[in-house]
Design a protein around this ligand. Structure first.
Ligand code: HEM
Ligand SMILES: *[C@@H]1O[C@H](CO)[C@@H](O)[C@H](O)[C@H]1NC(C)=O
Ligand SMILES: *[C@@H]1O[C@H](CO)[C@@H](O)[C@H](O)[C@H]1NC(C)=O
Ligand SMILES: *[C@@H]1O[C@H](CO)[C@@H](O)[C@H](O)[C@H]1NC(C)=O
Ligand SMILES: *[C@@H]1O[C@H](CO)[C@@H](O)[C@H](O)[C@H]1NC(C)=O
Ligand SMILES: *[C@@H]1O[C@H](CO)[C@@H](O)[C@H](O)[C@H]1NC(C)=O
Ligand SMILES: *[C@@H]1O[C@H](CO)[C@@H](O)[C@H](O)[C@H]1NC(C)=O
Ligand SMILES: *[C@@H]1O[C@H](CO)[C@@H](O)[C@H](O)[C@H]1NC(C)=O
Ligand SMILES: *[C@@H]1O[C@H](CO)[C@@H](O)[C@H](O)[C@H]1NC(C)=O
Ligand SMILES: *[C@@H]1O[C@H](CO)[C@@H](O)[C@H](O)[C@H]1NC(C)=O
Ligand SMILES: *[C@@H]1O[C@H](CO)[C@@H](O)[C@H](O)[C@H]1NC(C)=O
Ligand SMILES: *[C@@H]1O[C@H](CO)[C@@H](O)[C@H](O)[C@H]1NC(C)=O
Length: 355
């Protein structure tokens, strides 16, 4: 090879690298991603969730939360759905998830129904994003066009789940920083916390407020005394903390802005809920007040924040894979690695031949 050819070859190499990088770094999700390949995916999931929620109204909140817990750990890549295997330490075992997340079986039911209609097309990560939006709609909340085209991870990270998923005992500063780490700002934090307008929480996750808050020997002073009495009856001191109660005291299964008016009357359930309104001087108070006075505004910002959250760390293009079974990577042995390499090589060949 002479020096000119070598230069040309080097330049071609760089071009290939740049061209290959482009679709990944600039890949955008798109609400019409499955038009033509699985046009009915939204209505299929709506049917399943309409059915399931008739006997289990809580499932709608559980599914919104599942998408959140997916996105905060190496991005919205369905890593939360991967079960323990020889090579996977499941995120389901992380402290914020263990004995807490719900809906894994329903996601599998959705996946089976979607696979029957459009085999090998729709990712588990997109199913989680769609199920979250549909759950909002089915509980009277806002609808939005869900950007699609996510692909599923080949890995999970339980350590990262323990690090990134916020505990209900964080201070407001810690909460803000947990969200900032994901590219979400204070407005997003307040709007997304509004998902606690539906769903339940168990005693162990707020019992710290009831008897000996922050080692003061007294209950949390920002907890409404009427609610305090109710919760002390439900959650005996030193009990197992397994009883459940509604996150939204006033309209437990309806997606509305009452979550925020509850904060105004010190009826937020979790410490992290009440802090948004009761931390003196906090910039979150004004946002809460805006959402109380205008539900349309809350819905608009909630939609934008859900789309923003749904974009965190997504895999697109030829990254990851479309899992056949959401709980396991495809051919969960060395063969999945080989398949990934084969796909990469063929896309490189296509690019080179198109130059
Ligand atoms: C701001 C930080 C957050 C903290 C500290 C937090 C914490 C919690 C806790 C402790 C529970 C109760 C879990 C249990 O009892 O097992 C819960 C439930 C829930 N969370 Fe959050 N959460 C946060 C943000 C979010 C976000 C951003 C969303 C969604 C956009 C969300 C949606 C939900 C829903 C819908 C439930 C009810 C789930 C069910 O009933 O199965 N949360 N959260
Ligand atoms: C995709 O389908 C949806 C629903 O039928 C429609 O609203 C949208 O305009 C379509 N998008 C494209 C790009 O065809
Ligand atoms: C919903 O339930 C009805 C009646 O139980 C059943 O006929 C239908 O197949 C179910 N649809 C889905 C998508 O599960
Ligand atoms: C995956 O693990 C969950 C519990 O975390 C379990 O309910 C489910 O049955 C498992 N899925 C499969 C296919 O084994
Ligand atoms: C591989 O996946 C199957 C389910 O498809 C599961 O039962 C098995 O435990 C997994 N094995 C390993 C080694 O990951
Ligand atoms: C999850 O909780 C169960 C108790 O229900 C416990 O046995 C198990 O060790 C926990 N898993 C992890 C990974 O901590
Ligand atoms: C999981 O996350 C931890 C904490 O950020 C990181 O140190 C580790 O390298 C990750 N593990 C894998 C297998 O990616
Ligand atoms: C948060 O980000 C959104 C855009 O995603 C922006 O409109 C909003 O002003 C930001 N809020 C704050 C408090 O920075
Ligand atoms: C709990 O106490 C610590 C110091 O003792 C303080 O920094 C923290 O802000 C307190 N948390 C709340 C929510 O009051
Ligand atoms: C659940 O709440 C009831 C009161 O409604 C209480 O008597 C019982 O001890 C609680 N159970 C647990 C496991 O905390
Ligand atoms: C406590 O909550 C009740 C409604 O449940 C409300 O009427 C009352 O004003 C609240 N107390 C405070 C101090 O906000
Ligand atoms: C409520 O918010 C919406 C959306 O931002 C806005 O269009 C509307 O004018 C607001 N309504 C009032 C009464 O301020």
């Amino acid at each position: 090879m002479d020096s000119l050819n070598l230069t040309t070859a080097t330049a071609l190499c760089y071009l290939v690298i740049v061209l290959r990088a482009l679709p990944f770094s600039y890949a955008q999700l798109d609400p019409s991603f499955y038009n033509g390949t699985c046009s009915n995916v939204h209505s299929i999931i709506t049917q399943v969730l309409t059915n399931v929620s008739a006997s289990d109204p809580r499932i709608l909140g559980s599914l919104i939360r599942l998408h959140f817990h997916d996105c905060f750990v190496q991005g919205c890549d369905a890593s939360i759905l991967l079960n323990d295997t020889a090579t996977i330490v499941s995120e389901q075992g992380a402290a914020p998830n263990n004995n807490s997340i719900r809906g894994l079986d329903v996601v599998n039911q959705i996946k089976t129904t979607v696979e029957n209609a459009c085999p090998g097309i729709v990712s588990c990560a997109d199913i989680l994003a769609l199920a979250a939006e549909i759950s909002s709609v089915l509980s009277n909340g806002p609808d939005w066009e869900v950007p699609l085209g996510r692909r599923d991870s080949l890995t999970a990270n339980q350590t990262l789940a323990n690090q990134n998923l916020p505990a209900p005992t964080l201070t407001l500063e810690q909460l803000k920083s947990a969200f900032a780490n994901q590219g979400l700002n204070t407005t997003d934090l307040v709007a997304l916390s509004g998902a606690h307008t539906i769903g339940r929480a168990k005693c162990s996750l707020f019992i710290g407020r009831l008897y000996n808050f922050n080692s003061t020997g007294n209950p949390d002073p920002t907890l409404n005394t009427t609610l305090l009495q109710t919760l002390q009856a439900l959650c005996p001191n030193n009990g197992p903390g397994t009883n459940l109660t509604n996150l939204d005291l006033t309209t437990p299964d309806t997606f509305d802005n009452n979550y925020y008016s509850n904060l105004q009357s010190q009826n937020g359930l979790l410490q992290t809920d009440q802090e948004l309104f009761s931390t003196s001087g906090a910039d979150t108070i004004a946002i809460v007040n805006n959402f109380i006075s205008n539900q349309t505004l809350f819905f608009e910002i909630f939609k934008a924040s859900m789309i923003k959250m749904g974009n965190i760390g997504v895999l697109t293009g030829s990254q990851g894979e479309i899992r056949t079974q959401c709980n396991f990577v495809n051919g969960n042995s060395s063969s999945s690695g080989l398949a990934a390499i084969a796909t990469e090589e063929s896309s490189e060949i296509n690019l080179v031949s198109s130059i």
